[in-house]
Design a protein around this ligand. Structure first.
Ligand code: TYM
Length: 337
């Protein structure tokens, strides 16, 4: 069997990028024959980016409800909160001890924080915690503790998966005694929508404030966000060049090949941007409205979600526990006898 695993950091409300980059492909993969899946709320990762306890807790609940509303089948998927699996931080330490500092220096998130400090004329490490710095090692532990083969993610996470591979390789080499102790994981990026653009054409991201929320604000919120997608200033009737328009890329993420071709042809023939936005709204709404209704129903019963996650944690620990025990032995933490 192939193991598929992915997580989402619980720092806020999900946007369309999270849905098309991670949730939708992950759920599709979980329905394939011969696949065993592990989907989780990365709430330890959230502590690095957010210091509002209430927001983190709320986000954990919301994201769990999104996964369930999007069709996650708990009889096929092991579904849990990262912080319910103590084996993960323990493995993180074993991996931290074989990871070079130089490799962490090259991690995008850390480098971006340093560059921002330098540009602002501050100490390069100002405000950077060890949590941010060693973030990729915690993520490697998330993946390796279940020996996942495939990790569905957006393009922005690919470097982290490569780092997890490197760490796995180093562990195998140092402690594997010629065997493959950890599976080397591979990133699964949906090539069509590798990185969904936001309202302004940059990567859709909470931190750029350019997101289209998945469920927040309901159908009205979706429509209003779509109205704010930046387009060029061509008037109704004027031919428009579809390629490179954020609006068209977002359309593609929800459309069939035929719809994509028709939409481009209509724009080239002069479709007004306002009308194009209406079509985009209808396309997305058709896909997500049924999920939104399930989401609202799920959010009314947090105690049911809690129960699902408790069961998920139990399933997850039944796998993580034995693997951690083997890893401890491999590095020399054994019983005396
Ligand atoms: P996070 O929470 O930032 O994002 C969750 C998922 O959404 C994808 N994504 C996008 N995909 C396409 N277009 C976009 N504009 C876009 N924005 C976000 C991300 O690529 C990601 O797949 N470190 C991870 C969480 C994590 C994880 C893991 C993932 C922790 N441990 C182990 C996989 C495996 C993160 O912060 O993702």
């Amino acid at each position: 069997t192939q193991r598929v695993l992915t997580g989402i950091t619980t720092t806020g409300t999900l946007h369309l990028g999270n849905y098309v980059g991670a949730i939708r492909p992950a759920i599709a993969a979980s329905r394939e024959a011969g696949v065993e899946s592990f989907f989780f709320m990365a709430d330890y990762h959230a502590l690095i980016k957010c210091d509002e306890p209430e927001r983190i807790n709320r986000s954990r609940l919301e994201i769990a409800a999104v996964w369930l509303a999007a069709g996650l089948d708990t009889s096929r998927v092991t579904f849990y909160r990262q912080s319910d699996i103590p084996e993960i931080p323990e493995l993180t330490w074993l991996l931290t001890c074989i990871t070079s500092k130089g490799q962490m220096n090259r991690a995008h998130a850390y480098k971006a924080a340093v560059d921002a400090n330098v540009a602002a004329g501050e100490d390069p490490d100002a405000g950077i915690t060890m949590g941010l710095y060693s973030y990729p090692i915690l993520m490697a532990a998330d993946i390796l503790i279940f020996n996942a083969h495939r990790v569905p993610v957006g393009k922005d996470q690919v470097q982290h998966i490569e780092m997890a591979r490197d760490v796995a390789q180093r562990f195998n080499h140092q402690f594997g005694k010629g065997e493959e102790f950890f599976v080397l994981p591979e990133a699964n990026v949906e090539e069509d929508v590798a990185l969904l653009p936001g309202l302004d054409g940059r990567k859709m991201s909470k931190s750029y404030d350019n997101s289209i929320p998945l469920f927040e604000g309901g159908s009205k919120g979706l429509k209003e966000a779509i109205a704010r997608i930046v387009t060029d200033s061509r008037l109704p009737g004027e031919p428009k060049e579809p390629e490179g328009q954020a609006l068209v890329t977002i359309y593609d993420a929800f459309a069939t090949p035929q719809q994509r071709a028709d939409f481009r042809a209509a724009l080239r023939a002069g479709l007004a941007w306002g009308e194009a936005k209406q079509q985009l709204f209808e396309l997305i709404e058709a896909e997500i409205a049924p999920m939104r209704a399930r989401y609202d129903a799920l959010m009314a019963h947090p105690e049911r979600i809690e129960e699902i996650l408790q069961q998920g944690a139990e399933k997850a620990r039944a796998i993580a526990g034995p693997l951690l025990a083997r890893a401890r032995e491999a590095v020399g933490l054994r019983r005396f006898n």
